[in-house]
Design a protein around this ligand. Structure first.
Ligand code: NAD
Length: 278
């Protein structure tokens, strides 16, 4: 099985499908990530705030997989945007991960009430120059935040990691990203199981037509749209199922039917609004 890659605006590539570890308890993370690596995942998405970077690092170390075959992302937490705090934060993350460099470092949330997201991204530019991260990006940025970052730093983030699933497609942010060469990473790609996505006819009918599970259909929809995804599961069977998504192609009509699940008014959001997280 070959996982496709996406070329980022800085020339580096990222596996389009990975494994996310949000809410994987610290004590279970080494086992879960080891299973994911064993199954064939090579891209792991973690964050300082998840409290499980050490588990990710332990699994990497035990795997024996060459560093250049892995793609590891972590994120700067909201209370560390100011001054030189980002330098200390990435040093701590690298120590926990047992790595000299991450492949991608993200500002986790813009925290607009603190008005320090431009500074945080400017610090990431420095961290990249120091070789501590290969690529840099943002997460949960709205168009207004992206525009300020680009105009004030002159650097376009490689990715924006945003909540994105059929009921909440953030079309304005996605269109802006396409225009500016920013990769879209879809978090909560399966809607975090918070609404009956798998029972919706657009998903269920496509699942029946292709002989796949509904989760696989939703992941296929993301992949065909060009989104980067890293669904989370701690169950070995689902973890493998989520990788087995490259043997079918949704028709234009099936894609359009899933597109139409979007509430369009933002009411399909299952996580926090970026302007409310500070
Ligand atoms: P998700 O949409 O991947 O949902 C995960 C849930 O879906 C699991 O707990 C499980 O209940 C279910 N599931 C997974 N595979 C399944 C399958 N094959 N069949 C049936 N059910 C299945 O949501 P997520 O974990 O929140 O998002 C994925 C990753 O995105 C996270 O692990 C994390 O790395 C990242 N993330 C980032 C942010 C951010 O602010 N940047 C926020 C949330 C998540």
């Amino acid at each position: 099985m070959t996982i496709p890659t996406i070329t980022l605006n800085d020339g580096f590539t990222i596996p389009q499908l990975g494994y996310g570890v949000f809410k994987v308890p610290a004590a279970e993370t080494e086992k879960a990530v080891s299973e994911a690596l064993e199954a064939g995942y090579r891209h792991i998405d973690t964050a300082a705030i998840y409290g499980n970077e050490e588990g990710v690092g332990a699994a990497i170390a035990k795997s024996g997989i060459a560093r250049d075959e892995l793609f590891i992302t972590t994120k700067l937490w909201n209370d560390r945007h100011d001054g030189d705090e980002p330098n200390a934060a990435i040093a701590e993350s690298l120590e926990k991960l047992g790595l000299e460099q991450v492949d991608l470092y993200l500002v986790h949330w813009p925290t607009p009430a603190n008005d320090n997201y431009v500074h945080a991204f400017a610090k990431l530019i420095e961290l990249r120059e120091q070789g501590l991260t290969r690529s840099i990006g943002v997460s949960n940025y709205l168009v207004e935040h992206l525009e300020r970052v680009v105009s004030e730093t002159g650097v376009t983030p490689a990715v924006n990691q945003i909540e994105l699933h059929p009921a909440y497609q953030q079309r304005d942010v996605v269109a802006w990203a396409a225009d500016h060469g920013v990769g879209i990473e879809a978090w909560g790609p399966l809607g975090q199981g918070k609404y009956d996505l798998f029972g919706m006819p657009a998903v269920a009918d496509a699942a029946a037509a292709h002989g796949k599970a509904p989760a696989q259909i939703v992941l296929g929809w993301h992949l065909q749209k060009g989104n980067i995804v890293f669904p989370k599961s701690v169950h070995a069977e689902r973890l493998r199922q989520n990788l087995d998504v490259f043997d079918f192609t949704l028709t234009d009509a099936e894609i359009a039917a899933i597109d139409s699940i979007d509430s369009l008014d933002g009411s399909g959001r299952v996580g926090s609004h970026p302007n409310d997280v500070n």
